[in-house]
Design a protein around this ligand. Structure first.
Ligand SMILES: [Mg+2]
Length: 401
């Protein structure tokens, strides 16, 4: 079997990849919804792929792996890797999880990040706002039991709460999460009060993580982590580095992690196993959060998860913007991860019309916070060209041809 073409179209701002073969099998995958600017990065890899056998996933990815980097530049390689698995699974007539070693679980647990803007009436960065936020999460379809709240340097709390920290407040920064600095006592007390309000409102049977940075100084993370130890949070995510930081700084995390029982988490921006090596082997965090659409793909994710498990570190894959095809990939890989798997982040940021332009999901798939692992060949979800064609823009009109 040979790859005959690689195309990438932007559908509702989300890059969708179509890989074709000389045996009529098509591979589909998707890049995070806010990254339409990566379309040329996918297409510049096309010539390295034509003529290769897509079933030899690792052999093909080795040709392009050096052309990726930390988030957002790992996406093109990662999504191409997903399309290869999709084809390999379909060619063998088996789901991708079988090619990754077989499933460890029949259902995968998923957690839901709660965005401030989606809460009816708003959820401001006050204890009362965090109570509304928690109530909103419990009211959502799907019966989610685990949530994540963007807060502190990972939110507008920095701008909304006066004197949150000693740095400059920016209001028109071109990049996400531009703030960094030492927190004031008032800022720390307010942050702890907000997190406490959310956790208490969630009550028994539910829990939450907080996505808090990057932007913290390490001592402030430790102060926060110790102040909320009794709340038994799922984790505190991306504090000193993370999200779009193009580096790890594992040694700073280690100083925090070794001095608190609150789980410390990072990793959504990290590309490749090599860049997880020091983080894992030094036990610098308790939980890692690689994103299969950024880390280099499902094979990379599986390897990192096993390495983390050997070192007593849990894994909670990131995926909030991975779209419907990214959801399919998250389910396949999460089914095959070892016992350190907690839950993956549900890609909440796609519109319901995606169910109409794809085949595979019979509507919203989450029940009691869990998703059944499908047995369809490949990733289990494919584009429906007839239904999706009307969403193509003029420049991509030949995508399905
Ligand atoms: Mg995050």
């Amino acid at each position: 079997m040979k790859i005959t073409d690689l195309k990438c179209a932007i559908i509702a701002s989300s890059p969708v990849i179509r890989m074709t073969t000389d045996e009529g099998i098509t591979g589909w995958s998707q890049i995070e919804t806010p990254k339409p600017y990566l379309q040329p990065m996918v297409l510049q890899l096309r010539d390295w792929l034509i003529g290769q056998d897509p079933r030899d996933v690792e052999r093909v990815v080795r040709r392009i792996r050096v052309r990726g980097g930390f988030k957002p530049f790992g996406s093109a390689v990662s999504a191409i890797e997903h399309a290869l698995w999709d084809i390999a699974g379909k060619a063998a007539g088996i789901p991708v999880y079988r090619l990754l070693g077989g499933k460890v679980r029949d259902q995968v647990r998923t957690y839901r990040t709660l965005y401030q803007a989606e809460v009816p009436g708003g959820a401001d960065h006050t204890p009362a706002g965090y109570r509304r936020w928690a109530d909103y999460g419990k009211s959502l379809d799907g019966g989610f039991r685990m949530f994540k709240l963007p807060t502190a340097f990972h939110s507008s709390m920095v701008q909304d709460f006066p004197n949150f920290f000693y740095g400059d407040v920016q209001r028109d920064a071109p990049f996400p999460y531009p703030h960094k600095g030492v927190m004031t006592k008032e800022g720390m007390d307010h942050l702890v009060a907000c997190i406490t309000a959310a956790r208490e409102t969630l009550g028994e049977g539910y829990n939450t993580a907080v996505d808090a940075g990057p932007g913290f100084m390490p001592l402030d993370v430790l102060r926060l982590a110790k102040a909320v130890e009794h709340l038994h949070l799922l984790w505190i995510e991306d504090t000193v580095t993370g999200d779009y930081s193009p580096y790890v700084n594992h040694d700073l995390y280690k100083d925090i992690t070794f001095n608190t029982t609150t789980p410390i988490h990072t990793g959504e921006q990290i590309y490749l196993r090599q860049n997880y090596k020091h983080l894992i082997e030094s036990h610098a965090v308790n939980v890692i959060g690689p994103d299969p659409c950024d880390v280099g793909g499902l094979g990379e994710m599986k390897w990192i998860a096993e390495h983390a498990d050997l070192h007593g570190i849990a894994i909670a894959p990131h995926g909030t913007a991975n779209g419907i095809l990214g959801l399919a990939a998250l389910i396949q890989v999460s089914a095959a991860l070892p016992d350190n798997f907690i839950a993956f982040e549900y890609p909440a940021r796609f519109e319901p019309f995606w169910y109409d332009i794809t085949e595979g999901f019979d509507g919203f798939p989450v029940k009691d916070g869990m998703i059944d692992v499908p047995d369809r060949p490949g990733m289990g979800v494919v584009m429906n060209p007839k239904a999706a064609r009307k969403h193509l823009t003029d420049g991509d009109s030949g995508f399905f041809d």
